[in-house]
Design a protein around this ligand. Structure first.
Ligand SMILES: [Fe+2]
Ligand SMILES: [Fe+2]
Length: 251
């Protein structure tokens, strides 16, 4: 009994500490975060009956971001720390002599997986970067999603073995993936999207650590960083960067 009490007390103490850290604000979560836990719910909704105000603006639990955040700031302060897949893919693209734009495309191809939403990651990732990169780059990021599932022997690209363990040997892609693949394979930028697949390193070397700074030059030349900071600008993608900065705004 005493033990149960002390656990409950500790939970209370932790909760009150968290509330203090949040300046006594209640954190609300979007439907999507609840759906991901299998709950069709808005959780505590708008906190009715709690007497609490809701968290809006900077989230003190997350790393503080600069006033005018750059792409590299988002890599550092928001994206998942496991970024070697992106960095090693970009390094391979550079080693294979691809253009600056294509090195950037490889660096950003899974930006939605590392930094936003995994589902339909090519489409989300393309939208995040579209206002800031050449059209070919975002097109390639969007289309690598469907091309991943289709081999192209002309460039030595086979169906990824890892997908058999990820999704099962009998997995069949959705019709929209087939549709987009058929559209992409006849497109003038087909090979750009295909080059992302070719340089998409699934079994990257765990002993090699590539730093983001290695691509500072490529980002500087090919990513049109808005002077006012990502999210503070006014593009069709600004709200995505703001949401990433403050993911628990109540509205
Ligand atoms: Fe991907
Ligand atoms: Fe990838």
């Amino acid at each position: 009994m005493a033990k149960t009490q002390s656990i409950a007390e500790r939970a209370d103490a932790l909760e009150s500490q968290q509330m203090q850290d949040l300046n006594n604000r209640l954190v609300t979560k979007s439907l999507l975060y609840h759906l991901a836990d299998g709950e069709q719910s808005l959780g505590n909704g708008f906190g009715q009956g709690t007497g609490k105000q809701l968290l809006m603006g900077e989230d003190p639990r997350l790393p503080q971001m600069p006033e005018k955040p750059t792409l590299m700031d988002f890599f550092k302060y928001r994206f998942a720390p496991a970024q070697q897949h992106l960095l090693q893919s970009a390094r391979l693209a550079r080693k294979n002599g691809l253009s600056g734009n294509m090195i950037l495309a490889c660096l950003l191809h899974d930006i939605a997986v590392s930094g936003f939403i995994r589902s339909d990651h090519g489409y989300w990732g393309a939208q995040m970067i579209e206002p800031y990169v050449d059209e070919e780059v975002s097109w390639a990021v969007r289309m690598h999603q469907c091309l991943r599932f289709f081999p192209d022997e002309s460039v030595g690209y086979a169906y990824p073995e890892s997908y058999i363990s990820f999704f099962g040997a009998d997995y069949e892609v959705d019709p929209y993936i087939v549709r987009d693949y058929e559209y992409a394979r006849n497109h003038k930028w087909y090979m750009s999207a295909r080059m992302i697949c070719v340089n998409d390193l699934y079994s990257f070397d765990p002993n090699v650590v590539v730093e983001l700074e290695e691509f500072e030059d490529v980002i500087g030349r090919h990513f049109k960083q808005p002077a006012e900071g990502l999210g503070n600008d006014n593009t069709p993608a600004s709200h995505m960067w703001r949401t990433l900065r403050c993911p628990c705004n109540a509205l």
